[in-house]
Design a binder for this molecule. Structure first.
Ligand code: SAM
Length: 304
């Protein structure tokens, strides 16, 4: 039940308590009940995250309380990620439109964008970027916004996801520098990129089947990658050399499948990045360190 005398602060605490009681799962931009409550209550009340403390203690109108209650009830009853209820998610300081056509943006690649990919590469030298499996376009668009001199191509196999991505690029004013392609991993024609970014699907089918309800609202196409999670990654790495400039870099988010990836591709000297804001599974790899490949573009291990 919501409190009878309500301020934003009280509604946050009330929502937190109810979320904990309902044993919800987090992981779509927040990792705890308090932050999830703040996200939803602030959205319903139109508050920004730098709202002054005093404003949080002002009495609310019944209509404001009702707007909050709708979201809190829906979050508990439907177990949908909060971002699908608000239709919005923040990534690298920008607000993206999201719905069930796309994964909720949360990749730790955002931290590398914010830190200019230092110390791995000199972003000032980068001109052409490819974002593979772009979903909402969050990584492609945030990269274009952070580095106004780059041109970005972005691919996705889902036409529905690309609709969302194109809308985000237009809203955020980079439609002229971010080009979306309906493509299976790589776009055509084949061109060399200075930087390839990828947060592809990498969840093994059995793990996906056991995920909490919240993840079932996301498009399975964005998560599942065969029995071992490597279905898309195997093909991505198989022809990587054809798309990476000689001084280029690959930056990937492979989450919990990173150990399996490293084990399956011992010839690829991935460097695993320690992130200040947490999160695992981010690797960087320089084109110059790629293993030698056979004539068909595959390395020994890719054929095994
Ligand atoms: C993990 S989501 C990542 C979305 C976005 N980059 C992000 O970080 O939020 C993966 C995306 O890959 C897309 N996808 C799945 N298979 C693909 C393929 N073979 N080629 C291109 N995109 C693919 C899905 O449609 C989904 O949008």
């Amino acid at each position: 039940m919501p409190p009878r005398i309500a301020t934003a602060r009280r509604l946050v605490l009330n929502a937190e308590r109810r979320f904990l009681r309902a044993r919800l799962t987090y992981g779509h931009g927040t990792d705890n009940a308090r932050d999830e409550a703040v996200f939803l209550v602030f959205h319903a009340l139109g508050l920004s995250f730098n709202t002054a403390d005093a404003e949080l203690d002002q009495l609310l109108e019944p209509a404001q309380m009702a707007a909050v209650e709708v979201l809190i009830k829906a979050r508990i009853a439907q177990q949908r990620p909060a971002a699908y209820l608000t239709g919005r998610m923040w990534f690298c300081g920008h607000e993206f439109l999201v719905d069930e056509r796309v994964l909720v943006p949360r990749s730790p690649i955002g931290e590398l964008i914010n830190t200019r990919f230092a110390p791995w590469l000199d972003i000032g030298q980068v001109r052409r970027v490819l974002d593979i499996a772009t979903g909402s376009g969050c990584i492609a668009i945030a990269t274009a916004l952070a580095f106004p001199w780059v041109q970005v191509d972005a691919t996705d196999i889902s036409p529905a996801a690309l609709e969302v991505a194109r809308e985000n690029a237009a809203r955020l004013g980079v439609a002229d520098r971010v080009h979306f392609h309906l493509a299976d991993i790589y776009p055509t024609p084949r061109e060399p990129y200075d930087l390839i970014l990828a947060n592809p699907p990498y969840v093994p089918q059995a793990e996906f089947d056991a995920l909490p309800a919240e993840y079932r609202h996301e498009p399975a196409l964005g998560l599942v990658a065969g029995a071992d999670g490597l279905l898309v990654l195997r093909r991505l790495l198989g022809t990587l050399r054809d798309y990476l400039a000689p001084e280029g870099w690959l930056v990937m988010d492979t989450g919990a499948t990173s150990d399996a990836l490293a084990e399956a591709f011992p010839d690829f000297p991935f460097t695993w990045v320690a992130l200040a804001h947490g999160g695992d599974g981010i690797s960087v790899l320089a084109a110059r360190d790629l293993p030698r490949v056979r004539g068909d573009g595959t390395s020994r291990q890719l054929l095994e």
